[in-house]
Design a protein. Structure first.
Length: 204
């Protein structure tokens, strides 16, 4: 694990108009603990990454990197392909994310994870336009219900899928957050599911 970037933390606190005392109160810590964290004498827990990102108006990945988590170590990190949103599953970029974040926090298999850029507000407010979703391609069975990346014949889109219990043939309901009443019923075998969405990377 690399050293925590204390200078970055101090600069971000200044930029957002906060103090170490404010940070301690927000995280539920005492000021001494926060001082030790920023000084690199204590490790920042993964549970604190998302709250810290929100408090510092930053991204979880930035906080991970600035907190000393090695984003390029192939032993501790996973190389994740970002796929083209046009439905061709072509690699457009490679992300490096700690395996612990994928396995322990998202329950995902790093070998089967892909990153997908979200275009549109169909799934707002859960997933905003311009966000990236983390998709586990080993989880293509829509049971239990959840949010999945599917190929609609033109591109990859993110939709909520709910299975219809005891249907024969197996049938699913596809819907969006924007228009939950306008759902589509279709045989499950006719839908190409890339995988289940297990995480979201978006600006707060």
């Amino acid at each position: 694990m690399a050293d925590l970037d204390g200078a970055w933390y101090k600069r971000r606190l200044s930029e957002v108009g906060k103090t170490q005392r404010d940070m301690a109160k927000y995280l539920g810590y005492d000021k001494t603990t926060v001082y030790m964290l920023i000084a690199g004498k204590r490790k920042i827990r993964l549970d604190d990454v998302k709250p810290l990102a929100k408090f510092l108006n930053s991204s979880p990945l930035e906080v991970l990197a600035r907190s000393g988590y090695d984003m390029t170590d192939k032993v501790r990190g996973a190389e994740i392909s970002e796929v083209s949103p046009d439905g061709r599953e072509e690699e457009t970029a490679v992300w490096k994310i700690p395996k612990t974040a994928l396995q322990d926090r998202m329950g995902a298999n790093p070998a089967h994870v892909r990153i997908l850029d979200v275009v549109g507000n169909e799934m707002a407010s859960e997933i905003k336009d311009g966000s990236f979703v983390i998709v586990d391609t080993s989880k293509t069975v829509p049971s239990p219900a959840g949010i999945f990346a599917i190929n609609d014949g033109f591109s990859f889109v993110v939709r909520k899928i709910t299975p219809e219990l005891y249907s024969d043939p197996p049938t699913i309901e596809i819907s969006t957050k924007a228009e939950p009443d306008k759902s589509t019923r279709i045989e499950a075998k006719k839908v190409k599911i890339l995988g289940r969405v297990v995480g979201v990377i978006q600006k707060m």
